[in-house]
Design a protein around this ligand. Structure first.
Ligand code: C5P
Length: 227
């Protein structure tokens, strides 16, 4: 299991200093909307400058018509990043268009599909998608697998079942991790490291429990020894 640290701090300066603090660790860094919109691709290059072995997950959750998603994915594939994501609810046609478009890149990034956001509880999910969350998350995962994506973003609670209906090698990345039972905040389907392991999760994403800690390095070290 790998740790992916969400660089969700309010300023570029703070994100950079967190990355510098973590430079000796074997971690992935997650760059989301806020910093990518504000600091653009130079920010990604800066992270690789801090440690060229940092792996970068660009969390932009693309959702649009197939051609627009393929165009955007092609631009993303030109950046020096290692993984990005799109929404499974954009449909198989869109997911296939993305994979078709980026297959020409010699070293293409991994592509994951978002199934159900971890901030949804059962009721709010059903209101939008009209089906039970677990069932729909599995269906989205199957669609992503059949569209030849590399894996999905899901909660710990769906990870094992998703592997059962796809493949054990189909990547699951799970946000909503509270490593040692910390406060959930806006996340609903939260779990700790122990249950992530039991559910065969490949990547855990941790944001606030690290960057809001008094000593983020210490928290990362503790997480890594427990993976
Ligand atoms: O602070 P916290 O650990 O809750 O951060 C989780 C991170 O994972 C945030 O950056 C959030 O945008 C992201 N994320 C998520 N749920 C998803 C996909 C991404 O929480 N389904």
């Amino acid at each position: 299991m790998k740790l992916c640290v969400a660089l969700d701090l309010p300023t570029k300066k703070e994100n950079i200093s967190l990355a510098k603090e973590l430079k000796e660790f074997d971690v992935w860094l997650k760059v989301g909307f806020r910093s990518f919109i504000r600091d653009s691709k130079e920010f990604l290059y800066k992270l690789k400058e801090i440690n060229e072995n940092f792996k970068i997950f660009l969390d932009l959750k693309l959702y649009d018509i197939p051609n627009t998603m393929a165009d955007a994915s092609e631009e993303i594939a030109k950046l020096d990043i290692d993984m990005f994501n799109i929404h499974a609810s954009a449909g198989k046609k869109a997911m296939k268009a993305v994979m078709e478009r980026i297959k020409k890149f010699e070293k293409r990034p991994l592509v994951l599909a978002v199934t159900a956001l971890t901030s949804f509880d059962e009721e709010s999910f059903r209101k939008i998608y009209g089906s039970p969350l677990e069932e729909k998350a599995k269906e989205f995962a199957k669609d992503a697998f059949e569209s030849e994506l590399d894996g999905v973003v899901c909660s710990v609670f769906e990870s094992k079942q998703i592997k059962e209906v796809t493949s054990k090698d189909f990547i699951t990345l799970t946000p909503g991790i509270r490593p040692f039972g910390e406060e959930a905040a806006d996340q609903k389907r939260v779990a700790d490291i122990k249950s992530a392991k039991e559910n065969l999760v490949d990547f855990i994403v941790v944001g606030r429990p690290i960057y809001k800690a008094e000593n983020p390095r210490e928290v990362v070290e503790r997480i890594l020894t427990n993976l």
